[in-house]
Design a protein around this ligand. Structure first.
Ligand code: SF4
Length: 248
């Protein structure tokens, strides 16, 4: 499990890499969205690299305490409830990204991949959700159909503002560069990927509850929400969130 002291240890190495990360983002063209449901593509959190996780932590640390606490709680709530609720990325405020400059490569490249690639990913995601539903069924939990079957078709409304459309292999090469940027962080990168499945909400929840407890608590919280319609356990977990936990 990644602990506070681990974040302290990587800070001197991670910090100078953030400018380079922003430079790499600039290799993607600026986009504009003409969708009638702005923010719907932010219903789920993107998978992010460890350096992007660090960038988001720095963003949160820069927030006033009340905003930091509220955002931290939203990430914990997102993690503990996400198979049973569609709450959206915690950084999404009134349909707008509140950390626009610091949105991740996954956020920025959405809509830039070819429709073929996008549709393939959408199909994979739908299949993954079927497997997820079966897994939860094995725990005695029937996930709500409207949540587990929610999946928007790949967006075709993203418009490029200057610059040319990129080929999938170019976007993939850029993504690889973003990933490789985390190499100086050593096993921190691998641990975030393998232990946390590149899920920032899991990382945040583990800081509050510990890793094993986060997994167990998720099971109990979802069971309570789905079977009783109450959220006592969720509120108890959220009450443990303290801004001090990101004070490193
Ligand atoms: S960081 Fe911003 S763009 Fe990315 S999923 Fe969250 S709200 Fe959407």
């Amino acid at each position: 499990m990644i602990k506070t002291k681990d974040f302290r240890a990587i800070m001197p190495t991670a910090e100078p890499l953030l400018d380079r990360l922003q430079d790499l983002y600039q290799d993607l063209p600026e986009t504009r969205c003409s969708c009638e449901q702005p923010g719907v593509c932010c219903t789920y959190l993107p998978e992010i690299t460890v350096l992007e996780a660090w960038q988001w932590i720095r963003c949160m640390q820069a927030m006033p305490e009340s905003e930091l606490t509220a955002t931290f709680r939203k990430f914990v709530e997102f993690y503990l409830t996400n198979p049973a609720r569609l709450s959206g990325c915690p950084f999404l405020v009134d349909g707008v990204c509140s950390v626009y400059k610091y949105r991740t490569f996954g956020c920025r490249s959405y809509g830039l991949w070819s429709q073929k690639m996008g549709r393939t990913r959408t199909r994979e995601s739908r299949n993954g959700k079927k497997a997820l539903r079966l897994m939860w069924k094995g725990f005695g939990v029937e996930l709500p159909t409207d949540v587990v079957e929610f999946e928007i078709d790949y967006c075709d409304k993203v418009q490029i503002q200057g610059g040319k459309p990129l080929q999938d292999d170019t976007i993939m090469a850029l993504l690889q560069q973003v990933y490789d940027l985390g190499e100086p962080l050593g096993d921190f990168q691998t641990r975030f990927e393998t232990e946390y499945h590149s899920d920032f909400s899991f990382l945040m929840t583990s800081l509050v509850l510990g890793m094993k407890k986060a997994l167990l608590e998720k099971l109990m919280v979802i069971k309570e929400i789905v079977q009783k319609g109450t959220e006592t356990r969720l509120q108890r977990a959220l009450d443990k969130v303290s801004p001090d936990m990101l004070n490193f």
